[in-house]
Design a protein around this ligand. Structure first.
Ligand code: BG6
Length: 337
């Protein structure tokens, strides 16, 4: 079902026969709502979320691509979350989702701007060299100008990327939410490209201090709050009493988020996504974010299926697939898992 969302932005509503539903904005291919068959919202969406390009929507499931974080030449978490996606009228077959009738296929293709802004490590060096050259020689000859033009041309041929990103968002018969990303290198110049990725899922929880995450114990992680230093998690399930921003490495394909108060367990199943980010801004950072309520940190937890430590490299014609499956079940059903 197609309709207009906040600020007239296009959105698609998926409804499954037993009553569960999901809402997807074409802006960012962003899932902003996922409800179970009792109509309860399972994702956190900030009451202060801004639905206005180029700002990414705060909450739901933003897609971080082609860069997780802010280290490269792109904006923090890449551009996929603030581009307008299109409906993919000609999707490739998705064998694993055949049971689902409620789904939407979206596509994002390379724009000229995105292709130029791709996070290449050489790009900033080239730009620095050119700037230095200009500062040193304010007057340059036609010959030098010719060389510069040639270098710029070479740059566009060598470093331009082109990709096709296809995303299927589907609701399973039991209300499970499934996201399947397929990213293909469509570069005709024969150049590979690399990217990092995350499904930045904001789960809605009753009270963060009553939440436990299982599946990440004893694993190594990079702590974003301590200069990405590497540590090893202890043996207990994770609980939360202060800000957390960690990238867990080589994680299992299944992670559980247990909400004691709601007696609900979210099960995250993932494929092709070895890492998992756990993030909660807590009180101080919450206050510093304009699009996030001061106390909202108590009611959310991000557990993000990701590929960060080892960037994915695609040769021309190659395709990468990354799948996320979310289910919400009564806690007793999951006990002992
Ligand atoms: C998390 C990062 O995934 O996203 C955090 O680990 C970051 O470092 C958070 O603060 C929110 O990012 P943004 O760009 O949506 O404000």
């Amino acid at each position: 079902e197609f309709c207009k969302g906040v600020n007239g932005l296009d959105k698609v509503i998926l409804r499954e026969s037993r009553g569960s539903s999901a809402e997807v904005y074409l802006y960012g291919a962003h899932v902003t709502s996922w409800k179970n068959d009792h109509g309860e919202e399972l994702l956190f969406l900030s009451s202060k979320a801004v639905f206005k390009p180029p700002k990414a929507i705060r909450g739901g499931i933003p897609i971080c691509f082609p860069q997780f974080g802010g280290l490269g030449t792109l904006d923090q978490h890449g551009f996929a979350r603030n581009r307008l996606w299109s409906i993919d009228d000609d999707p490739p077959p998705f064998p694993t989702n055949t049971l689902s009738k409620a789904f939407v296929d979206l596509i994002l293709k390379t724009s000229e701007e995105d292709s130029k802004n791709w996070p290449h490590k050489y790009k900033k060096y080239l730009i620095c060299c050119l700037c230095l050259y200009f500062f040193k020689n304010l007057l340059i000859s036609y010959f030098e100008l010719g060389i510069l033009c040639f270098l710029m041309l070479l740059y566009t041929v060598l470093f331009v990327c082109s990709f096709e990103y296809r995303l299927r968002i589907a609701l399973g018969p039991g209300g499970d939410l499934m996201l399947t990303s397929r990213i293909r290198n469509t570069n005709s110049e024969g150049k590979p490209f690399s990217f990092t990725f995350a499904y930045h899922t904001y789960f809605s929880v009753s009270d963060i201090s009553e939440v436990r995450v299982e599946g990440l114990e004893t694993l190594d992680y990079l702590d974003n709050l301590q200069n990405k230093e590497r540590f090893t998690e202890q043996g207990d399930a994770l609980t939360f009493e202060s800000e957390v921003d960690k990238i867990y490495l080589s994680t299992p394909t299944k992670i559980a988020i247990i909400d004691h108060e709601k007696k609900r367990t979210f099960v995250v199943r993932k494929d092709g996504l070895p890492d998992a980010v756990v993030w909660n801004p807590w009180d101080k950072k919450a206050k510093a974010m304009a699009d996030f309520g001061d106390d909202e940190y108590k009611h959310m937890l991000c557990v993000e299926a990701a590929a960060i430590e080892k960037p994915i490299t695609l040769k021309p014609g190659e395709e990468w697939k990354g799948r996320l499956e979310l289910s919400a079940v009564p806690s007793s059903y999951c006990s002992g898992q």
